[in-house]
Design a protein around this ligand. Structure first.
Ligand code: FES
Length: 158
């Protein structure tokens, strides 16, 4: 088994500088269990340098729309007490990839339909008469059905 890489300890200020997160944001992530700092004899927090990757992952995942619960669940799969290896990260990436794929699909549908009918029920665009006559998309439920994954052809001829 490969010897774990050294994981030097950083202060919360050093972690904030490198991640671009505020000290209060890092403390918030700590309260959510995303990072678990060690304490010096003077009760100061010290974070393994590998926490930079955990926090950077959390920062980007939040910007991509993952909830803190989803992020905490994913990061809980990483080992504590040593720097997670590439294999450790690969192991948790499966869950995250599925969540990201869902968001990417929503983003792509939104980009493709920005100027078209999104099946929301407003019937305010000329295309609505073609793609969502009589708001038939509402049969599938509330919300912009064509952005949520339904197709106009699911409700009849287009
Ligand atoms: S855009 Fe709202 S129903 Fe077509």
């Amino acid at each position: 088994m490969r010897k774990p890489l050294p994981d030097p300890l950083l202060s919360i200020g050093e972690l904030a500088r490198r991640t671009g997160l505020s000290v209060s944001a890092i403390r918030f992530y700590e309260t959510k269990g995303l990072v678990k700092p060690l304490r010096t004899s003077g009760a100061q927090r010290r974070f393994p340098r590998s926490d930079i990757r955990r926090l950077s992952f959390a920062l980007i995942a939040q910007q991509l729309g993952l909830s803190l619960e989803e992020i905490a669940r994913a990061l809980a799969g990483l080992p504590q007490g040593r720097a997670p290896s590439r294999q450790d990260w690969a192991r948790i990436s499966g869950q995250v990839r599925a969540a990201l794929d869902t968001r990417i699909a929503l983003l792509e549908r939104t980009r493709e339909n920005l100027d078209g009918c999104i099946g929301c029920g407003c019937l305010s665009l000329d295309r609505c008469a073609l793609y969502n006559p009589g708001d038939r998309a509402s049969r599938a439920g509330a919300g912009p059905r064509f952005l949520l994954g339904d197709r106009a052809s699911d409700f009849g001829e287009v």
